[in-house]
Write a new protein. Structure first.
Length: 630
């Protein structure tokens, strides 16, 4: 008897049982989507700024969360192994604690936070989103912020340069930010704490943009275009504000949030105030209620999720349970399928601007998202629906619409992006604002391209002879790193990208002896830890070089193991060592809670509470399935 395989099967059954017991009555699975502390801080500041007195319990809970996340040195971090603290996180957490009224500047830990902020340049060195939030609250001057006139929003999409060249993620945040910045809006409140002592002498409040006047600068023509359209008649600027207002209101979700993002919703509230809305207007009150509904109070610390991850988690879990042998006709799968069918998008969103001839059919990330489908969620849900689609007409119809939509979203370079199609204008990566290269554009990425290929290969049964698939394979091969890895944009980071690329390439027919596959296998084996696991730091996406963690994580180990199994290495000692790590119940807390998802590099990292339950089970199941057919 194979005792090792028996141990794996026993662990598989235990994990299946744990997951099934967590399913909600509507078929969904709810796990915390834990991101940056920014959302917690913004909530405290906004509630205080609006002088709302009904949320004291939430203020106390979130303030406690922020305080408990502070390190003894006084700073806050974006992730546990970040060296020397995170300035923007420290600034906004410090400000929020002062707004809460529960902590004073004289507090020892607050004094340490102030010293850290001043040592690292003060408020002037904060991320531009933090500066914006301080500005609308009268804590940072508006002057000299890079100017984008509201008339920019009126440029038609057939113009070479228009607002839809930016990514959907950038647009939905920039619109409200531009409204408040153009109005130079500041909310008046008696409760705001003075931050004058956080400015450092001789450090400029805003960077100089004089270099944009130089003819050799590639951004010069954009800069001059902004200045040109900024001189349009006043009535056109007024139309720009109206267009921006309509853009936001047309994209409100049922719960009152903007695009289902808490971050965009905070910005929208201040933008509406700048446009003359009253604090007690229905749209602002509903937005506040929507934000409040995103506060997850389960566990030791409360947290305001930037959105829910319900569709994502439910799609992944239904697929994983099926891979683990749960029949499609079982109650958990039927309930999950019905939930996912109800969440398929039926209206054309902003994606139609660059893909006008396709019909809706995708899925979004959160349970209330109806405006903004993404390709990763769409492929995840389609995996979960495939088996049922063969015997159920309703499911097959949804599955076919989703598959057609996903195929139509392929970029002209052969890869897939996250949200939209062909929104990768290189020059926008050079716009002089923080994270422009990460958020201003939505390029093809190895993780999205690999995961979409894995769906098309293993579930839609397309291979590398299909023109679309062939083009995608070429994109992945051309974007492999010299060391054999691939960079993943939405997960940490090279392990994530390599897993997605390997599973995708092998699914569409690439043989394990292909040089690209062999290089990737060699790299994964090389970086395995002595305890059998894998672990990669969030610093990887900041340095664009693989940075190992001193410990292993469950999700990254599962990705590496799953990738090696897909590449034909299921019988290797590296895979068995990796599985032994997954079977070991004695794991330190940091290995379980380390953020292995990325929202915005250098700023917003994500600890998906679902990942340690999904991906280890998936890897174990694929190992068992391999053994059954060997």
């Amino acid at each position: 008897m194979n005792t090792f395989l028996h141990s794996v099967e026993k662990e598989q059954q235990k994990r299946i049982k744990e997951l099934v017991e967590l399913q909600k009555s509507d078929g969904s699975f709810h796990f915390r989507f834990q991101g940056s502390l920014m959302t917690d801080a913004f909530y405290i500041i906004t509630i205080r700024a609006l002088n709302i007195h009904t949320e004291e319990e939430n203020i106390h809970l979130l303030a406690k969360t922020l305080r408990n996340a502070q390190h003894k040195e006084g700073y806050w971090k974006a992730y546990s192994d970040e060296p020397n603290g995170h300035l923007s996180a420290t600034i906004i957490a410090y400000t929020a604690l002062l707004y809460s009224g529960l902590y004073a500047k004289e507090d020892t830990q607050m004094q340490k936070a102030k010293a850290f902020i001043l040592k690292h340049g003060g408020l002037a060195k904060a991320h531009f989103m933090i500066k914006w939030m301080l500005s609308v609250n009268g804590l940072y001057p508006w002057s000299h912020m890079i100017y984008i006139p509201m008339t920019f929003l009126l440029l038609p999409t057939f113009q070479p340069f228009n607002f839809y060249q930016f990514s959907a993620y950038a647009r939905i945040h920039f619109i409200p930010m531009l409204i408040a910045a153009n109005k130079k809006f500041t909310i008046q409140t008696k409760t705001k704490p003075p931050l004058d002592d956080l400015f450092v002498r001789d450090i400029a409040l805003y960077p100089s943009f004089d270099h944009l006047e130089e003819e050799r600068n590639p951004l010069t023509f954009l800069w001059k275009e902004m200045k040109r359209i900024g001189k349009f008649p006043a009535y056109l600027h007024h139309l720009g504000f109206q267009s921006a207002e309509k853009y936001m209101l047309d994209r409100l979700e049922e719960d009152g949030t903007l695009y289902s993002y808490a971050s965009a919703t905070f910005f929208m509230i201040y933008a509406l105030l700048a446009l003359g809305y009253k604090k007690n207007s229905p749209v602002i009150q509903k937005a506040i209620a929507g934000l409040t509904s995103l506060i997850d109070k389960k566990g030791k610390q409360s947290h305001l999720e930037n959105s829910t991850s319900t569709v994502w988690d439910t799609g992944l879990i239904s697929y994983t349970l099926q891979q683990a042998g749960i029949p499609t006709e079982s109650t958990p799968i039927i309930k999950a399928t019905n939930y996912l069918l109800a969440k398929q998008h039926t209206k054309k969103g902003d994606w139609q601007v660059h893909n006008p001839n396709s019909e809706p059919g995708g899925w979004g990330f959160s349970d209330i998202n109806t405006n903004n489908p993404d390709n990763d969620d769409t492929s995840a849900v389609l995996r979960a629906l495939t088996a049922t689609a063969s015997s159920n007409k309703t499911v097959h119809y949804a599955w076919q619409k989703g598959t057609n939509y996903l195929l139509s979203m392929q970029n002209k370079d052969g890869g897939w992006a996250a949200f939209e199609k062909n929104t990768d204008w290189d020059i926008l990566k050079m716009v002089p604002i923080d994270n422009a290269k990460d958020a201003a554009v939505d390029p093809s990425t190895a993780d999205l391209t690999g995961r979409v290929l894995e769906y098309f290969g293993n579930f839609a049964h397309l291979n590398d002879t299909h023109p679309h698939i062939k083009q995608a394979v070429s994109w992945l091969i051309n974007n492999q790193e010299k060391n054999g890895s691939w960079y993943g944009r939405w997960g940490v980071c090279y392990i994530y990208g390599t897993w997605a690329a390997l599973t995708g390439l092998t699914a569409v027919g690439m043989k394990p002896n292909h040089p690209a596959i062999q290089k990737a296998i060699g790299w994964l084996k090389k970086i395995q830890h002595s305890n059998g696991g894998w672990g990669e730091s969030c610093r990887s996406c900041e340095t664009s070089i693989y940075v190992p963690l001193p410990f292993s994580t469950e999700s990254q180990t599962a990705w590496a193991v799953d990738a090696l199994i897909a590449a034909g290495e299921g019988a290797s000692k590296e895979v068995k060592r990796g599985i032994r790590y997954l079977l070991d119940e004695k794991k330190e807390e940091r290995a379980i809670t380390y953020p292995t998802g990325i929202g915005l590099p250098k700023q917003f990292y994500i600890y998906y509470h679902s990942y340690n339950k999904i991906f280890p089970l998936l890897a174990l199941s694929h190992y068992i399935n391999k053994e059954a057919h060997s």
